[in-house]
Each structure stands twice: as structure tokens, then as C-alpha cells.
Design a binder for this molecule. Sequence first.
Ligand code: HMG
Ligand code: MG
Length: 299
Amino acid sequence: MSLPTTVRIVEVGARDGLQNEAAIVPTATKIELIERLAASGLRTIEATSFVSPKWVPQLADAAEVYTGIRKIEGVSYPVLVPNLQGYERARAAGVTEIAVFAAASEAFSRHNINASIDESIQRFVPVLERAQAEQVKVRGYVSTVLGCPYQGEVPVADVVRVAQRLHRLGCYEISLGDTIGVGTPGKARAMLRAVAAQVPMTALAVHFHDTYGQALANLLACLEEGVGVIDSAVSGTGGCPYAKGATGNVASEDVVYMLDGMGIATGVDLSRLVETGLWLSQVLGRPSSSRVARARSAH
Ligand code: HMG
Ligand code: MG
């Protein structure tokens, strides 16, 4: 067991959270959210997604959001990009860091991006070439690493293969997504260990949705394996419109509270983050999914 002393949190609420809201959140609110998150000490804030607005109308204002953010030195604002068209839109808006996304399950890949896993990786080749030539950093996601809404079980070997391909293509970090939050600690640990045998642990992140309430337990198992990057969403927002039944990401407030308690540094001010989460839940008109925020606001 070798727990890290620091963890980098990748805040995905403005993207993973807002892509899954029934209502379309105003552009100015999205910008305010991102600026508040930066003010709470988060240093990597996924801002939005340059996917097809026909597929995800919630983030059709990606360019306006990205250009509207008052950027803070030292904070990165990556965005999701599914293809060259998305890359070009992102670059036109001034984006300097992107994330491409593939899946470990064929069925999910088809539903989410209308392509097989192979086709999706072929689409990323020119994106990565352009990115490398233009010094744009690229992160890679692998979805459905602990289960698929269409296929059920996903063999660990499939996760390893896709993670390795994205890493070899030039993604500096691979985020392993339990898209529908079905994993349990033993499975999460075994999956991470298998991937880390092929891709260095320093290039891995975990991205756990909390649908079955297992995310913090799964994170602890992965911290014990040595992972140092955790994706989470303020107020526990999130879900993928193309993953039936998927609910929110693990709440950033709950992750920071756990890490604070374990003496693992994140650089995030928990009180400010809780405030931001409560503000967001008010804007969205429903209670926060963060247990910490609920506990702190109860008195
Ligand atoms: P398609 O329909 O097969 O694509 O969609 P197409 O190339 O045939 O294009 C169809 C139309 O979309 C065309 O417009 C294109 O111009 C346009 P038309 O000619 O009909 O007017 N288009 C675009 N417009 C703007 N930006 C673009 C773009 N691309 C095409 N980038 C496609 C294929 C990949 C585009 C589509 O399936 C898509 O956008 N999917 C995105 C789905 C998505 O965003 N899912 C959520 C993110 S993944 C996730 O949440 C999981 C994660 O959190 C990790 C985890 O939890 O596991 C990352
Ligand atoms: Mg997600």
C-alpha cells in the first residue's frame, strides 16, 4: 500500500455535469461556475465539450463558454473533442488542452459516438497529429471500464487494450471511466492494476460515477494502488446522455473531504468548494448530491 501524498483533482462538473442536465444552463452561469471552481483552488477544470450540438445541445455554446472564462494562470481548462471538426472549433476558440474519448465496450461506443472502437481511434489519429504539431495537450478517456449499460460485463483485457492504444497515440494521461457507476473496490483495483501493468501509473486517472454509491470506496482502493489523479464533479453532477441509468460523478466536495482527512493534499479549499456546490444546486433547482455539502448546510 503506497498512498500518494498529493492528488490532482480534475473537476468535470461544468462538462460531465452540465451535459446531462435536462434544462440548458445559461452560458453566463456556466462561466460563473468555472470561475468559482478556479477560485476554490482547483487547477484542472474541464470547461465544456466541442461535440455535435445535435447530440449534446446542452453544450452547444462551447465556444462562448470557453472564450468567456477569465482564465487564471496555472489553471488548465481542457475540453472534450470527438473528431477533427470538434478540434477545429476548439482551436478557433483558443483551446490549448483537449480530451478525446473512447470506450472499452463496442456497444457503448456505437451509442455514444456512432462508431466502433476502432473507428473512433482512427478518428483520433489526425486529431492527435494536429495537436502534437500545435503543442496542444491531449488527455484520453476510456469509458465503461467496470461495466456497460448495453453489454454488461466488460473484460479487463479490453480496457487495457484501449488505454494502451490511446497512450501510444500520445495521450499524456488516460482517465478510466466507470460510466455507469457499477464497480466495486476489488474490481476497480484489479482493473487499475491490469492497466498500470501496461501504462505507467503516473499517466493514469480514475473517473468514477456514483450510481451505486461505490465511488469513494472504489477511489480508496485505487489510491492504495498508487493512482494520483481523480476526476470528480462539484455537487455530484454528471452522467452521460448515452448511458442509460448513469447518475452523477463522485462529488468533488466528498473527495476533497476524504483526502483532507487522510492527509493527502489537493490544494482545494473545501469551504469555498462547498459554497460553489450549494450555489450550483440552487441554480439547478435541486439538492446537492454531495454528502459533505448537505452535512455542512444542515446547520
Ligand atoms: P455522427 O452523427 O455519426 O457524425 O456523430 P457525422 O460526422 O455524421 O455528423 C453529423 C452532424 O454533426 C453533421 O452536421 C456534422 O457537421 C455535425 P449536419 O451535416 O447534419 O448539419 N458534427 C459536429 N458539429 C459540431 N462539432 C462537432 C461535430 N461533429 C459532427 N465536433 C459524433 C458522431 C461523434 C459527432 C457524435 O456522436 C457526438 O458528438 N457524440 C458525442 C456524445 C457525447 O458527447 N457523449 C458524452 C461525452 S462522453 C462521456 O460522458 C463519458 C466520460 O465522462 C467518461 C465516463 O464517464 O466514462 C468522458
Ligand atoms: Mg463521465
